[in-house]
Design a protein around this ligand. Sequence first.
Ligand code: SAH
Ligand code: SF4
Length: 391
Amino acid sequence: MSADTSLMPIPGPIDPVPVPRRLTLRADGRVELVGLSKDQIRHELEAAGLEPKQAKLRAKQVWHWTYNRGAIDFAQMSDIAKPQRGWFAERFVISRPDVVEAQVSSDGTRKWLLKTHDGHDFEMVFIPDADRGTLCVSSQVGCTLNCRFCHTGTMQLVRNLEPAEIVGQVMLARDALGEWPSQPEGRMLTNIVMMGMGEPLYNFDNVRDALKIVMDGDGLGLSRRRITLSTSGVVPMMARAGEEIGVNLAVSLHAVTKEIRDEIVPLNRKYGIEQLLEACAAYPGANNARRITFEYVMLKGKNDSDEHARELVRLIRKYRLPAKVNLIPFNPWAGAPYECSDEERIRAFSNIIFEAGISAPIRTPRGRDIDAACGQLKTAAERKRRTRQAA
Ligand code: SAH
Ligand code: SF4
């Protein structure tokens, strides 16, 4: 089993919320196999009574059926003797998060509202493009960090997602896209971004364990070069992320002065911009071929002036960062204290960065007709539920 993250202090200006430990047992006492490594599966099989040699062989087969073939039923596992398949089914399950609601936008973006087995809603989004398909995966139910422009930040952290629930999102997307068995070529789901609900570096162990399975060649088989972890700036965990996970790094910078970043990303009061950029400069594996992405949400009259753009260029140069900048038009939500910058302003901002030789594409908003921005589907569904209950 993975290390006990409940003992890990959650740094930040907001008091830590108690984080319940992983649930390995289902209500019926069976053990969930999704989210377990091959060694962990072997261990569980031995604990259930298989001889070590048997356990090793069966773990290999079960692993392959689960992660490569997408099996959810032991009856499918044709290279395991029939009576033994029954033995497995009595003790283990291979499941997915429950789907509360699945929506498809007119632009092809798909969004799922999912539910954990203990009843918490969280989200996942799939964004198809001409040359790739990106799955946006959640790491927590809610978030402790309260960024002021982010709808998830208005929710309290309910709990960390388990490895099963993180890997389960990718597997569910493969189910929906009909992409089993895992194959290296011609698939729609090509990229993963840890940019759904939650701060992945506050759920480090579970995110790491889940991504290891996603990256395993005989598992889900996605290259670490096609996976991006986005952090709001949990500086003490960044080096470990590079060393132990090794995926691409995105940093939610959003502002270039202490005053403004303190306001919109309150974690900045704990880990300031300089400290954050130093951690970026030291990020293992960052180079010109693998740049760090700086995310910058465009908030009207707040962080979007020419001076801000020039300061951003200065900082990137000062810390010699192999960087690209993603300019994200703010996606408004009811009660949000900001508006999105005008198109012209965003373009001017982008040009200043671009003219300094740094790529600064403007992200096209996707799936607006289905509330496909962080935290919004969950709220829309809760509103509907409340309306239904009131009626
Ligand atoms: N907690 C991590 C990852 C999840 S948030 C982080 O903050 O990096 C992923 C991205 O969604 C962040 O870059 C955030 O800026 C963006 N985001 C959140 N709310 C948004 C909104 N209302 N409009 C546009 N982007 C938003
Ligand atoms: Fe949490 Fe990221 Fe939203 Fe900030 S932007 S509240 S860190 S999910």
